[in-house]
Design a protein around this ligand. Structure first.
Ligand code: GDP
Ligand code: MG
Length: 220
């Protein structure tokens, strides 16, 4: 697990500097919906049934190939701050994509989606892309939120929607890959429209705290 400091100074990642783009992605949603499990499933292909304390976890890094580009994902987990349903604004800074997660067996987590969406809209970059994910779809017997309600809410908020299971590895990879694809699509659109929000040099290995993701020449 890399720490924020390591990434900022490019220390731990020195053997992995060869990428075309780097996207910062955040996983948000109520406590215990499965965010940490989802990240571990994707980054390490592991699942721990016990509650995994998120304290001290910053992010994981995974590099994937999409559209002939090597894309380094820096995926942030919320380190328990989600219990207060507000997360420091610094956490949102520079994020290009969000996975907004609820638990299909937990009505309260679904009801909180609107609040989380407002947080994203308030604190993140305007062009940030969001996927709504109903996690724990392996627990059909305990389902309280129908797929249809999830889909309708996503449509209302303007997000794409997946149901997934970190436990059974359903739609985890697909969620991240779709998010990467829509970030790329948005970047291309912005560049076509000469959106001044997307300017600057191609992202190098050092992370910065700047608000607008600095990619100029995405062709993906
Ligand atoms: P977080 O607080 O959102 O990070 O949630 P965790 O990842 O810590 O998960 C909370 C609990 O839900 C843990 O006991 C996990 O094992 C369990 N969990 C997470 N994802 C799934 C899933 O897809 N299916 C099932 N059945 N349990 C899950
Ligand atoms: Mg967690």
């Amino acid at each position: 697990m890399a720490s924020a400091t390591d990434a900022r100074y490019g220390q731990k990642e020195s053997s992995d500097q060869n990428f075309d783009y780097m996207f910062k992605i955040l996983i948000i949603g109520n406590s215990s919906v499965g965010k940490t499990s989802f990240l571990f499933r994707y980054a390490d292909d592991s699942f721990t049934p016990a509650f995994v304390s998120t304290v001290g976890i910053d992010f994981k890094v995974k590099t994937i190939y999409r559209n002939d580009k090597r894309i380094k994902l820096q995926i942030w987990d919320t380190a328990g701050q989600e219990r207060y349903r507000t997360i420091t604004t610094a956490y949102y800074r520079g994020a290009m994509g969000f996975i907004l997660m609820y638990d299909i067996t937990n009505e309260e987590s679904f009801n909180a989606v609107q609040d989380w969406s407002t947080q994203i809209k308030t604190y993140s970059w305007d062009n940030a892309q969001v996927l709504l994910v109903g996690n724990k779809c392996d627990m059909e017997d305990e389902r309280v939120v129908s797929s249809e309600r999830g889909r309708q809410l996503a449509e209302h908020l303007g997000f794409e929607f997946f149901e997934a299971s970190a436990k059974d590895n359903i739609n985890v990879k697909q969620t991240f890959e779709r998010l990467v694809d829509i970030i790329c699509e948005k970047m291309s659109e912005s560049l076509d429209a000469a959106d001044p929000a997307v300017t600057g040099a191609k992202q190098g290995p050092q992370l910065t705290d700047q608000q607008a993701p600095p990619h100029q020449d995405c062709a993906c």
